[in-house]
Design a protein around this ligand. Sequence first.
Ligand SMILES: Nc1ncnc2c1ncn2[C@@H]1O[C@H](COP(=O)(O)OP(=O)(O)O)[C@@H](O)[C@H]1O
Ligand SMILES: [Mg+2]
Length: 291
Amino acid sequence: MSAPPFASVEELESSLRAHSYLPDRGLAVAIYLAVSLDRPLLLEGEAGVGKTEVAKVLAEMTGRKLIRLQCYEGIDSNQALYDWDYSRQLVAIRAAQAEGKPIDDLFGGAFLVERPLLDAIRTGPGAVLLIDELDRADDEFEAFLLEVLSDFAVTIPEIGRIAATKPPAVVITSNRTRELHDALKRRCLYHWIDHPSLEREVAIIRTRAPGVRESLAREVATAVERLRTLEVAKRPGVAETIDWANALSFLGADKLESETALETLGAVVKDHEDQQVVTAHLQEVLGDDSA
Ligand SMILES: Nc1ncnc2c1ncn2[C@@H]1O[C@H](COP(=O)(O)OP(=O)(O)O)[C@@H](O)[C@H]1O
Ligand SMILES: [Mg+2]
C-alpha cells in the first residue's frame, strides 16, 4: 500500500485551509479517513453547506484530476459510463460504402465516448471522482453505481475489460431529497455537513471575500444565522452569505441596516415568498429591537 496522502488530520486540515476551505473537525477527520483508507466519502447536508467544494478542493490539494458526474432524474449508464458516437459511426459507414470498402471496426476505441465513470476507472488513483447530488438519480442508477464502486472495472462487450489499477478517491454528495440505500452507505464513510457555526462562517467570509471588513462579515453571518431559523422554503447556504457580504461591501455599506439589507436581499434570499417572510421579520433578522 502506498503512503496515505496526508500524515495526519491536522496536516489535511491545514491543507484545506490553505485552499480556502474551512472544515469543522468532524469533516476533516472524515476526509482524512476516506483518503487514507481508500473508501468513498458520502457527504449529506442542505444545499450550500460546502459538499461539492470538498471534492474540488481535494482534487486541487492532491494534484488529482477532478472528474464530475452530475446526477439528475433519468441518468443512466450511457451518460455515466460510456456510449458510442453514433453520428461518427454513421459517417464512417457512409464513407466505407462510398469507397466500396468493408466497414471498419464500428465498436472499437475510436468510436467509444468516455463518460465520467469510465474516465475515473481509466485514471484510477490520479482522479477524484465526484458523484454529485446522487439523490436526484433513481434507485436503478444507484444500484448500477454500487456495482461500479465495488470493483472499479467495466466490461465493454466489444472491447473487453477495463479495470482501475487502484480506485480513485470518491466523493458522493446528496441533498437528501430522498434516502440513499443502505447497501451504498455500507460502502462509504458518511458525514453530515451542517451550516457552519457563526465563528466559522465569519472566517469563511473573510477567506472567500477578503475585501469585506470583519465587522460587516460578522453582522452578515449573524443575520444569516437568524434568517435560517425562519420558516423559509430554502435556507441560504454559505455561498449566499458570501454573496451578501460582497454585495453590501461593494455598495460601500459598512454596517447592515434595514434599507441596504432590503435592497440587497436578492443576494441572499432567492425566492419571492421567502423574501416576503424575511421582510416581515427584518428587525428580528437584523437584531434591531429599537424599531
Ligand atoms: N467550509 C467552507 N469553507 C470555505 N468555503 C465554503 C465552505 N462551505 C461552503 N463554502 C462556500 O460555499 C460555496 C457553496 O458550496 P457548495 O460546495 O457548492 O455547497 P453544496 O454542494 O453543499 O450545495 C462554495 O463554493 C464555497 O465558496
Ligand atoms: Mg453541491
